[in-house]
Design a binder for this molecule. Sequence first.
Ligand SMILES: [Zn+2]
Length: 108
Amino acid sequence: MNDADLLRVLGVDPAQLDPAPPRAQRRAASAERLDGSHPCVHCGQPARATGVVDVPGYGRRWLDRCMPCLLATTPRGGPRAPLADTLAVLRAAARDTGVALTIVADGP
Ligand SMILES: [Zn+2]
């Protein structure tokens, strides 16, 4: 998800975001920014994470999010395969390589 897509998912107009400093100054400025005074750009709860987006026409802007909004908008390694498909691949690989395989799965 690129920055423009992220802002679209969050429903945020980049013009509403505070300008962010150059990359070299970001780390120190990020720590200062997480003092609880900045709201999450999506829901308004106190932000617990901050980052910088760079959107053409707006430049570098702060993107402050609470943890639930951060987690909801952070990619987690792509689409999840159904368990049956994953097990079939593992069984086939074990069969092809002659490895004895015991699979223990826990989940819904
Ligand atoms: Zn939020």
